[in-house]
Write a protein that binds this ligand. Structure first.
Ligand code: M6R
Length: 624
């Protein structure tokens, strides 16, 4: 890649209105910092001249610099970057400015044909200060602007951006300013999300509505291939091929306060404690009148069509992939429908032969994960119906899927997924019930299932009371550098999730395994230096799991056990026991997950880690 930088999962905020842009942009960037925090920058038009500041590191660094001099102006663009290629440096930070000084641009995405465009622009006298594809894009806008004639009733600036994009291959979400047009901002998207927050006398453009939700609830989601010309009082949208678009203004289904930290130290902690209400919201209005099954308004699949299908395929990444594994257990157990689970990143290239009556589900909190989106598109290309379980309303996956189930968990800001995961587990159980009732599950079993689901928010609230016990355990174990997480059957995905949570926020090496597989290799890791966390359920493998614990104890391994209330263990076997409330087995994985979230959170804090912004990670992975 020759030092080229690609800005793929960053945050963009742009403002045009009557107020000072600087504070609004910085506030928006802070809210989008979960998308990347390697560098940040901002450009404002002050009396028609560009004022620019960029800093490596957190938005706070940028803010510190901005406070040192006047940055007045009612229009500006800004960016927070997550570097995928190329070093983290001030020159690689956005915004970039064209060599004639007229155009400033922020960008998420990759311009694939930037080398040939750059060659062309060099021949036309444009010069470059960085190796970035974004600077090439910025200069190409300047080139088209310079040769674009004025046309009555048309923005010369917007038209030059549209023409630029006509020549560009790759992906982008962009926001652009021109010194010649101090009241206009132009933005566009292809492959990277961009949303217009429609205000009164002001408009804000951002990669995610979190940036502006405290200011306006009215949003327009740009579609791929659309260019928006935005002023303080108006906006117009055209496609790149010059067709006009009738914008649809939607309402956010959550408020700005939900994206605030409140009294919590970290968003992860806040989101862990928000789980009772997030789970309540996942169920609202989704039970049949007789409380014997569930119903999903947006699935767009009739019961008759569901009965025709032979198989389900679930695809996702990371934590959402763990939710798919739980869905597999639940649906196979309660609905007796075969389920396969694939990593989205594997499925998209694997060209897997699928049974013709397969329905594909993707699960994604953000709805923007590139691999998951690509898996959805691949399934649709092959002619399969592809449905989504997704948290962010209006996300790309939500809009492109053939139907789906919104999680309604509210904004999840912490990079480590918590409430979105348990809400995915609850929805998986609800789906298993729905499909089970279409097959052999009786009315009575359905009623008991519904009752169990309805009890979940209260049980989770009860479960969260283990927090001080878990905090004390975390203190005792925070110095270990290796952990094993072990569980059987539907607790195996929870073991994987426990290990992922711990490693991503505390940088401790942790592996999840099916408890019985441990003796086929991982048991070699066991010593007094490698504790094991067992996640255990009632049921037929309970005693077998105790045997697995004994194998560990015999090798001097410490054992933390997460078990249902009422479970009994041989004396001296377990070092630390954390109980979760007794419950229906369909929701036991969800309840067992809560102490694991707390354990990883408290260990990370004990080790002094930045819980919400773990190193090398970003919330939405819109890169391959
Ligand atoms: O937004 P998505 O659910 O598609 O994200 C998928 C993964 O990137 C995500 O779950 C990731 O593994 C989290 N950091 C886990 O906490």
């Amino acid at each position: 890649m020759m030092g080229k930088t690609q800005e793929i999962m960053c945050g963009i905020v742009g403002y045009v209105g009557k107020r000072q842009a600087k504070g609004i942009l910085v506030e928006g960037l802070k809210r989008l910092e979960y998308r990347g925090y390697d560098s940040a920058g901002l450009a404002i038009l002050q009396n028609g001249a560009l004022k620019l500041e960029k800093q490596t590191g957190r938005v706070a660094n940028l803010e510190g610099e901005l406070d040192k001099r006047a940055f007045n102006g009612n229009i500006g663009i800004s960016h927070t970057r997550w570097a995928t290629h190329g070093k983290v440096s001030q020159s690689n930070a956005h915004p970039h400015v064209s060599s004639d000084g007229k155009i400033a641009l922020v960008h998420n995405g990759v311009i694939e044909n930037f080398t040939s465009i750059k060659k062309f622009l060099l021949s036309k006298g444009y010069s470059f200060e960085s190796e970035t594809d974004t600077e090439v894009l910025c200069n190409l806008v300047a080139y088209h602007y310079a040769k674009q004639p004025e046309v009555d009733g048309q923005s010369r600036f917007a038209e030059s951006v549209r023409r630029t994009l006509f020549h560009v291959e790759g992906t982008y979400g962009i926001a652009v300013l021109s010194t010649d047009c101090p009241d206009e901002m132009v933005c566009a998207r292809k492959g990277s999300p961009l949303i217009i927050g429609v205000g009164v006398g002001e408009n804000i453009v951002a990669s995610d509505a979190t940036a502006f939700a405290s200011r306006t609830q009215n949003v327009v989601y740009l579609n791929d291939g659309e260019v928006a010309h935005v002023t303080s009082d108006d906006f117009n949208i055209l496609t790149i091929s010059n067709e006009s678009v009738d914008p649809i203004v939607s309402q956010l289904d959550w408020s700005g306060e939900e994206a605030d930290l409140g009294d919590f130290a970290y968003f992860m902690e806040k989101e862990i404690f928000e789980q009772p209400s997030a789970l309540e919201n996942a169920m609202r209005g989704r039970f049949s009148e007789d409380d014997s099954t569930t119903k999903f308004g947006g699935l767009n699949v009739s019961p008759q069509e569901f009965r025709q299908m032979d198989r389900l395929l679930f695809c996702a990444c990371g934590t959402a992939w763990h939710a798919c594994l739980v869905a597999e257990y639940l649906i196979e157990k309660y609905a007796r429908i075969p389920v396969e689970v694939e990593y989205a990143s594997e499925f998209r290239y694997r060209n897997a032969p699928l049974d013709k009556n397969t329905v594909v589900f993707v699960i994604s909190q953000s709805g923007e994960t590139l691999d998951t989106l690509a898996a959805l598109r691949e399934a649709q290309r092959k002619g399969y119906r592809a449905l989504a379980i997704n948290n962010v309303v209006g996300s790309t996956i939500a809009r492109e899927s053939d139907g789906g189930i919104y999680q309604h968990a509210g904004p999840e800001i912490g990079v480590a997924s918590t409430k979105a995961f348990t809400s995915q587990l609850l929805i998986s159980a609800m789906l298993a019930l729905y499909l089970g009732r279409l097959n052999d599950m009786s009315y009575g079993d359905g009623r008991r299932f519904v009752e169990a689901l309805k009890a979940v928010p209260e049980l989770v609230a009860l479960n969260l009371k283990v927090n001080s016990q878990v905090e004390a355990i975390a203190k005792a174990y925070a110095q270990y550098d290796d952990f094993l997480f072990l569980g059987r059957q539907e607790m195996f995905p929870i073991a994987l999730e426990g290990a992922l949570k711990l490693k991503e926020i505390s940088y401790i090496h942790a592996e999840g395994y099916p408890a019985a597989e441990m003796k086929h290799g991982p048991i070699a890791l066991i010593s007094e230096l490698c504790p094991s966390v067992f996640i255990i359920a009632k049921g037929e493998v309970f005693q077998k799991t105790i045997a697995n614990m004994q194998e560990i104890k015999a090798r001097h391994g410490k054992i933390i056990c997460i078990a249902p209330e009422g479970a009994e263990f041989p004396d001296g076997l377990i070092d630390d026991l954390i109980l979760y409330p007794d419950c229906h087995e369909a929701v036991a994985p969800l309840l067992a997950c809560i102490p694991l979230q707390l354990l990883s959170y408290y260990i990370a804090r004990e080790r002094g880690c930045d819980v919400d912004k773990p190193r090398n990670l970003a919330k939405s992975v819109t890169v391959e």
